[in-house]
Design a protein around this ligand. Structure first.
Ligand code: NAD
Length: 378
């Protein structure tokens, strides 16, 4: 008979693997809350590039419900640097080849995949098969089919899945959702959203390589504008039409430079988004029947800045969005609270991305979308 240590029991309970026979009739989340409410979940970061180095690892020094417990890297030299800086035990350091051995590591509850987009599906699926909860960076994958494969792997292995949509945990986003839901400024009529920056770096970087990125500005920054168009209206679009513009084809040889798209919504609202690797944009403006509200910047690491048509300046205390995001997901695992950025949200956005590319390939033809309420979390 297998003996359960307290740690392995908690780990199994966290993953929902223990049956109700062991836990009586308590729902899993309640059972966990009652038995171990002060537990902090161990996170392993996969891919120690700029996002892990400058955002995720520092944020994990501020989290309340999770901590940096392990790393997975393809660069040998990073192992000792991270081990020393973050006091990571040797047995919780993996490379891409021996990563699957993480299944035996009870100190790791969550695997956070922050690799180039084309590698997300492989590592998320391997993490799920190892019985670890998964955070997958945005964009969730390079196709809807890959999103489905990640979602299925997490369901089959009874682990939770979330997408690295840090803005979903930001207080300004929550305020926007509240304005929309409560009709503070009346009905939403038109949303305008921009997300872009001017790319000047190495033209061979993975973000400009379609095989590794899945696409250009749309895959990288466009998902923010898709997200703001949706939480700016509180609903999924029913159709999209899109256009692509290229002014530096020598630099953007393989991926899209600038894309604009227009969404229609069931209630008659309309949204326009712009995303670019060749123009700066970081704004959400929501025009309503009785006024407007705006975030500018709307998608950066913060602090975000907001104003409304009645002259109010929105102000919330600043905390790293990534710390809020990882704590929100950990609370979801520990207590059964809402998963505010589930895999279905990442899949929905990838359906929209594919529809935008299709519209462009068909000269801007309107594409119908049948999303229902997929991924809408208020
Ligand atoms: P990066 O280029 O700084 O790091 C990529 C990491 O992947 C590096 O450690 C690199 O060694 C490793 N890697 C493994 N195989 C590779 C390959 N074939 N080519 C290139 N690198 C390879 O990228 P990043 O900015 O850290 O982005 C990583 C992921 O995080 C991406 O999916 C990106 O979209 C996402 N991201 C999200 C946010 C956000 O705000 N949520 C911000 C930045 C990046």
């Amino acid at each position: 008979m297998k003996h359960f240590t307290r740690r392995s029991f908690s780990s199994l309970a966290t993953k929902g693997i223990l049956g109700s026979a062991l836990l009586g009739n308590l729902p899993m989340a309640n059972a966990f809350t009652l038995s171990d409410k002060n537990k902090k979940l161990g996170i392993a970061l996969v891919g120690l590039g700029s996002y892990s180095t400058y955002q995720l690892a520092p944020s994990l020094q501020e989290t309340e419900h999770c901590y940096l417990a392990g790393i997975v890297t393809g660069t040998k030299e990073k192992e000792s640097i991270w081990k020393e800086k973050y006091n990571i035990p040797k047995q919780s350091i993996y490379n891409y080849d021996n990563f699957d051995a993480i299944v035996k590591n009870d100190t790791i509850d969550i695997v956070y995949v922050a690799l180039p987009n084309s590698m997300h599906a492989d590592f998320c699926i391997r993490a799920a098969k190892a019985g670890k909860h998964v955070i997958c960076e945005k964009p969730m994958a390079v196709s809807v089919a890959e999103c489905d494969a990640i979602i299925n792997a997490c369901n089959e292995n009874n682990v939770k899945l979330s997408v690295g949509y840090r803005m979903q945990s930001d207080p300004y986003t929550k305020e926007v959702k509240k304005f929309v839901k409560e009709k503070t400024f009346g009905d939403v009529l038109f949303v305008s959203s921009d997300a872009g920056y001017i790319s000047k770096g190495n033209p061979d970087q993975w973000r400009l390589n379609k095989k590794l990125s899945g696409g250009g500005a749309l895959m990288n920054m466009g998902v923010y504008a898709i997200q703001t168009s949706i939480y700016g209206t509180g609903q999924n679009p029913i159709s999209v039409s899109a256009q692509e513009f290229s002014t530096r084809p020598d630099y953007f040889k393989d991926t899209d430079e600038t894309i604009t798209a227009q969404f229609k919504f069931e209630n008659g609202a309309v949204a326009h988004m712009m995303t670019s690797h060749n123009a700066n944009g970081n704004r959400l403006k929501v025009h309503c029947s009785d006024g407007w509200f705006q975030l500018d910047p709307a998608h950066s690491y913060g602090p975000i800045s907001g104003i409304t048509s009645n002259g109010n300046i929105l102000e919330f205390p600043h905390k790293r969005q990534q710390a809020l995001q990882m704590d929100d997901f950990s609370k979801h695992i520990l207590t059964g609270s809402k998963n505010i950025a589930p895999g279905e949200m990442g899949k929905r956005d990838m359906i929209i991305v594919e529809a935008i590319y299709k519209s462009i390939s068909e000269g801007g033809k309107e594409q119908k979308l049948s999303l229902g309420n997929l991924g809408v979390v208020s």
